[in-house]
Design a protein around this ligand. Structure first.
Ligand code: SRM
Ligand code: SF4
Length: 546
């Protein structure tokens, strides 16, 4: 048997994810935590990072790196109250960089929190009934769900599954509260016995999404488990279950690949759905690769076992047969911007937040809205934000604030269809810029789309600073994957609905080359496209890929 990854020992010997975190926190000689605790703190929703823009300057002065922490909240289905948004706002003003970042998995992150501020920050979140438990680490992460209540009258019924699944799959250890919230209180270790995660947790991170057709705004096929709601005659019939999605690759490691999730069947009750989800995790726990973390996601476990064997094992564990998958259809993936009403006549306003970075004027606007207490707040997997459940009588107050802060929806269709990961300066894995650069690149692409009459086309364009795929560039119509500073692989041929992976078209392009390629491709597209053919379908049809 291959040697276990060193992280495996860190997990099993961590005493319920406690490790030496308490000691790390009281060590005032460094802004960092102990190396082993770096792995454990992720399970508590945090990452140790440093400001990469300042590495050189600090090294010249012989100072240690400027360490700080990123906190990611657990917000199943991305819905919080106005009061909770106020808390997020106020906490972001008090600790960290002041910027609130909406992630591609429907939650928020705060960056730049110093070690001595971590407990205070998490305590303030706890007062607002928000936590960061299992937002990262080798466990089930934030469960995402389609964001637009206008998509279906059954939205409220379906989105509750996100909360149920998140709760079902939480680790049993109480160490989060002990270390970050309550201080010295020691919990009964008996109650921490964890039949799901045991003491070894999963071999790798695990992601679950719920899609409500016709919208695939969650990119359901990019998840370890996807549940596709099947609705007939305005009743929820159950869910098609898809398994083994995952996007990350590693440059130069051909054993790694992106994979879209495969459909394995249908479940027609809440009990059966939750049981199937739970047991998929136990299979991954028992069969996942614990030696090579690059090959440890469920997609590799399934491909190693074979999909049919995986299904047989699952049916053995759940004790019933999955039914044949039911028909469904996706027709959209983008957010529905601006004002829309749901079936109960409540209003929803979707705000475009470029790459999830809430700009200072947007933050001020949202704070004023939250102070009115007339709207809840929802995050989307496209990194945007909805103000929700607004009554007709209250709508005008929000319109007034939209005017006061000059919140307009005049960004181009291309920009509103763009997504980028964090990358520099905080992400330690970034090889190139992403969220700091894509806005600028889009500004340079817009004249090209205008030149060819494509200004109204919502071509899905995504960028990441490395091949890990946090902005899901592999399911974009135009994907940019960073290879080195100022260089990106250009990925084409993905469809607009997230049901087909794109492929590398050209490697390591610089900006001028990217613009020249797109200029030529748009020219061909308008000349040669079929009726109603999207840009992604067109490039898939006509280009040859290496
Ligand atoms: Fe991610 C690691 C940011 C969604 C695949 N991701 C990271 C880290 C934590 C870097 C690290 O390990 O130190 C990044 C922190 C950057 C920073 O400074 O904040 C990071 N990932 C993000 C976010 C914030 C991107 C964003 O701009 O929104 C997203 C947070 C989602 C959330 O709220 O939970 C984010 N990451 C994703 C997605 C997209 C998704 O899940 O829908 C993927 C691709 C899908 C997938 O999992 O296959 C993704 N992130 C990764 C990977 C590769 C995992 C793998 O299978 O190998 C890593 C690296 C790792 O885990 O070793 C990674
Ligand atoms: Fe960092 Fe790479 Fe993820 Fe971007 S894709 S946030 S660069 S790990």
């Amino acid at each position: 048997m291959s040697k276990l990854s060193p992280i495996e020992d860190i997990k099993t010997s961590s005493d319920g994810l406690r490790g030496t975190l308490k000691e790390s926190l009281t060590d005032n000689f460094t802004g960092a935590i102990r190396q082993k605790d770096e792995a454990l703190i992720k399970f508590h929703g945090m990452y140790q990072q440093d400001d990469r823009d300042r590495r050189e300057e600090r090294a010249e002065k012989k100072l240690e790196r400027l360490y700080s922490f990123m906190i990611r909240l657990r917000i199943p289905a991305g819905v919080i109250t106005a009061e909770q948004w106020k808390a997020v706002h106020e906490i972001s003003e008090q600790y960290g960089t002041g910027t609130i970042k909406i992630t591609t998995r429907q939650t928020v992150q705060l960056h730049g929190i110093l070690k001595h501020q971590l407990r205070l920050t998490l305590q303030d979140f706890a007062i607002a009934k928000l936590d960061a438990i299992a937002a990262c680490g080798d466990v089930n992460r934030n469960v995402v769900c389609s964001s637009h209540p206008q998509v279906s009258p059954l939205y409220a019924e379906i989105y509750e599954y996100a909360d149920k699944i998140s709760t079902l799959l939480l680790p049993k250890t109480q160490s989060y509260y002990e270390i970050w919230v309550d201080g010295e209180k020691i919990y009964e270790r008996e109650s921490e016995i964890d039949p799901l995660y045991q003491d070894r947790y999963l071999p790798r991170k695990f992601k679950i999404a719920i899609a409500i057709p016709p919208s695939n705004d969650v990119d359901v096929f990019a998840n370890d488990i996807g549940l596709i709601a099947i609705i007939k005659n305005n009743k929820l019939q159950g869910f098609n279950i898809v398994v083994g999605g995952g996007l990350s690759t590693t440059h130069g490691n051909p054993a790694t690949y992106s994979r879209l999730a495969s459909i394995i069947g249908f479940t027609d009750s809440e009990e059966k759905t939750l049981k199937a989800v739970y047991e998929i995790l136990t299979i991954q726990r028992d069969y996942g690769n614990r030696s090579d973390r690059k090959l440890a996601r469920l997609k590799y476990t399934i491909d190693n076992m074979g999909l049919e064997n995986f299904k047989i094992e699952l049916e053995k564990r759940i004790g019933f047969s999955l039914q044949p998958a039911q028909p469904y259809r996706f027709t959209e993936r983008n957010d529905r911007y601006g004002w829309l009403q749901n079936h109960e006549n409540f209003w929803f306003y979707t705000l475009f937040v470029e790459h999830g970075v809430v700009k200072p004027y947007q933050k001020q606007f949202l704070y004023e809205v939250a102070n009115l207490g007339i709207a809840d707040v929802r995050f989307t997997c496209n990194q945007n934000l909805l103000l929700g459940n607004i009554q007709e009588k209250d709508k005008q107050q929000i319109i007034n604030l939209l005017e006061k802060y000059q919140i307009e929806q005049q960004d181009s269709a291309l920009r509103k269809s763009s997504m980028a990961c964090v990358a520099l300066p905080t992400c330690p894995l970034a090889l190139a810029e992403a969220q700091r650069y894509l806005p600028e690149l889009v500004t340079k692409i817009e004249p090209l789309t205008a030149k060819y009459g494509l200004a109204q086309d919502d071509i899905i364009i995504r960028m990441t600073g490395c091949p890990n795929g946090c902005g899901r560039p592999y399911v974009a119509e135009i994907g940019f994957v960073g290879t080195a500073p100022n260089e990106y692989n250009l990925m084409l041929g993905g469809d607009s609905l997230g049901t087909r992976l794109n492929r590398i078209y050209k490697k390591q392009l610089k900006e001028a080359e990217i613009l020249a390629e797109l200029d030529a491709l748009f020219a061909r597209y308008v000349a040669e496209r079929l009726v109603n053919e999207t840009f992604g379908d067109f490039t898939d049809r006509v280009l040859s890929f290496t």
